[in-house]
Ligand binder design. Structure first.
Ligand SMILES: Cc1cc2nc3c(=O)[nH]c(=O)nc-3n(C[C@H](O)[C@H](O)[C@H](O)COP(=O)(O)OP(=O)(O)OC[C@H]3O[C@@H](n4cnc5c(N)ncnc54)[C@H](O)[C@@H]3O)c2cc1C
Ligand SMILES: *[C@@H]1O[C@H](CO)[C@@H](O)[C@H](O)[C@H]1NC(C)=O
Ligand SMILES: *[C@@H]1O[C@H](CO)[C@@H](O)[C@H](O)[C@H]1NC(C)=O
Ligand SMILES: *[C@@H]1O[C@H](CO)[C@@H](O)[C@H](O)[C@H]1NC(C)=O
Ligand SMILES: *[C@@H]1O[C@H](CO)[C@@H](O)[C@H](O)[C@H]1NC(C)=O
Length: 499
């Protein structure tokens, strides 16, 4: 009886809310600038979290002729490889769900026909400019049991050099990954965040942005040798920077060097393409947004094509650091520098003499480097072995690789492609964050989260929050997840009252 009365009360109480919110949600126009995983995820989650009756019109603007942004492909000698964001973590759950939703095939590193991305079965070495201070063994046998022995021997080699610090390192990464998993909790228990700081504090990740990775790891008790070598190699490969990046960016980059890493067969950019395709958006390719003006009830976005669009909500889903979008009134965000990573793709053959070696076979598949101003590159990795005389490599460096330098490192060079990426923020500690809401009104900034860490998945996680933020601020309630059924709201209310 008590429950009945409570139900009635709740229904009466909620009815106006439900009806008013569904009538208020009758229309909304959203303009999204950028078609990378951030912009396409905002579109996806706006659809996912709004009731089917809501008529939300979504426009997505992309200055380039192709969607995906930093998820881009490069063609080298007829083969296609990831040029930007390449590897995903096994716990990148939004990305995993996207592949399922869109019907994309996953390329696991253990697949036999590894044809692009990092070859995890390959050997690895740390180059200090004079020699390899560390080198694993290569699996050259086709016998599976030997694989096991070699991998055991490689683990033993690692422990021999770096000791039990490796276990502390692993614990540190596991802890951070586990905290990050909170962002996948049910939307009932997971708040909507107005600032990056709040979002990080809620998951217990904020403190990691207050000190450098090096400080963090020293206080965790890691050996200086492990930090100077293996961990430096990892941060240089994944963020092009030293261990002076923030502890959080460092932990994320270390998680991106573990096992089980995957990518989308045929290209990660297809995640953005598929999300946009499924989200019923008006996609404007080759149209750059040049100005965003707040005209009271709406924003006016003017483009390079001379067009002018009106939207009640505007979402910036690209880093603002190197753009000159004019905002009226102007917005002010903390200054941030993008770190430029030069990705150089070479089809040819490395020169063993450059590494002081007798034959090219002795050069590891992945050459990492320590922090030394004299070293002209951060890493060199094998993307594909065509035959003994021809291999496609990817070189990461902080400066452009000049031809004279490449001619020392390579003995054969049939094709060279250079890409200068404004890749990710130049990380520091303590880190400062731009707000998700740029003007206190309805202008949003997904890439404020990039100061925490820049990955495909973190862009998706930030986008999910921005989509919920838009809907909750627009319609005055936290949006419904499952099929937007109104009765589920009432049921929830009953539950709370009965308790
Ligand atoms: C070399 C490299 C390696 C990386 N490796 C990894 C990795 O292995 N794993 C991983 O998870 N992440 C990796 N990352 C990071 C990852 O790629 C990014 O964090 C992620 O793709 C960012 O997505 P985004 O949608 O936020 O931004 P972006 O992908 O940059 O998308 C922004 C889009 O906005 C468009 N745009 C900009 N200005 C305008 C305008 N005015 N009008 C219209 N359109 C505009 C741009 O053209 C772009 O398409 C790597 C990045 C680089 C550069
Ligand atoms: C590769 O790894 C994935 C995930 O761990 C697993 O599901 C798959 O079966 C593995 N494939 C092979 C060929 O071992
Ligand atoms: C992924 O999709 C499944 C099935 O639709 C869903 O149950 C799960 O909550 C999704 N995961 C995330 C992190 O959204
Ligand atoms: C878009 O989705 C439809 C089905 O929903 C599919 O047939 C089509 O191939 C998709 N296009 C792209 C470019 O992904
Ligand atoms: C945008 O375009 C409109 C229509 O052409 C024009 O009136 C307005 O001044 C433009 N705004 C800016 C900031 O350039």
């Amino acid at each position: 009886m008590v429950a009945r009365i409570a139900t009635l009360f709740v229904l009466l109480f909620w009815l106006p809310v439900i009806t008013s919110s569904s009538s208020a949600s009758s229309s909304l126009s959203v303009c999204i600038v950028g078609s990378g995983i951030g912009g396409s995820s905002v579109a996806h989650f706006l659809r996912e979290y709004s009731s089917p009756s809501a008529s939300i019109s979504i426009r997505v603007f992309e200055r380039h002729g192709v969607v995906g942004g930093r998820m881009a492909r490069v063609n080298v000698g007829g083969d296609s490889f990831e040029a930007g964001g390449s590897i995903l973590h096994p716990k990148n759950y939004y990305a995993l769900n996207y592949t399922r939703l869109i019907g994309l095939k996953i390329r696991w590193p253990n697949a036999t026909s590894a044809s692009d991305g990092r070859d995890d079965d390959g050997d690895f070495g740390i180059w200090d400019g004079k020699g390899f201070v560390f080198k694993t063994w290569r699996v050259s046998s086709k016998l599976p049991f030997l694989d096991k022995i070699v991998s055991f021997a490689n683990t033993a080699l690692l422990f021999w050099r770096y000791g039990f610090s490796l276990i502390r390192m692993d614990n540190f990464v596991q802890r951070t990954v586990n905290n990050f998993l909170k962002y996948y909790e049910n939307t009932d228990s997971r708040p909507v965040f107005e600032t990056v700081e709040e979002m990080l504090k809620w998951a217990g990740l904020y403190d990691l942005t207050g000190q450098t990775l090096e400080e963090e790891l020293i206080s965790t008790g890691l050996s200086p040798l492990l930090i100077r070598e293996l961990i430096t190699v990892i941060t240089r490969i994944n963020y092009g920077q030293s261990v002076s990046i923030s502890g959080l960016a460092g932990a994320v980059s270390m998680a991106g060097s573990g096992g089980g890493l995957w990518s989308v067969q045929g290209g990660n950019w297809q995640m953005a393409a598929g999300l946009l395709n499924h989200s019923n958006v008006a996609l404007h390719l080759r149209e750059e947004i040049q100005s965003i003006s707040n005209l009271g009830n709406y924003y006016e976005l003017n483009s390079s094509e001379g067009n002018s669009y009106k939207c009640e909500v505007a979402v910036v889903a690209t880093p603002l650091d190197e753009l000159d979008i004019r905002f009226d009134p102007p917005v002010s965000i903390p200054p941030r520098k993008l770190h430029h990573t030069h990705a150089t793709f070479v089809r040819g053959l490395l020169n063993p003499a450059y590494f002081g070696l007798g034959s090219v076979e002795e050069i590891p598949d992945l050459v990492g480097t320590i922090e030394d101003p004299g070293l002209p590159f951060s890493s060199i990795s094998v993307l594909k072995r065509h035959d003994e005389k021809e291999v496609t490599y990817k070189v990461f460096s902080r400066e452009a690789m000049a031809d004279t330098l490449l001619d020392q490192i390579f003995s054969v060079r049939k094709e060279t492609i250079r890409i200068d990426w404004g890749a990710y923020p130049h990380y520091k500690a303590p880190e400062v964050f731009a707000p998700f809401i740029l003007d206190g009104q309805h202008l949003y900034y997904v890439n404020a989260f990039e100061n925490a860490a820049s990955t495909m998945e973190t862009s998706a996680v930030a986008a999910e929050n921005v989509a919920r933020l838009i809907l909750s601020r627009q319609f005055g309630h936290v949006p419904l997840k499952l099929s937007g059924s109104e009765s589920s709201v009432a049921d929830e209310g009953v539950l709370h009252l009965d308790l």
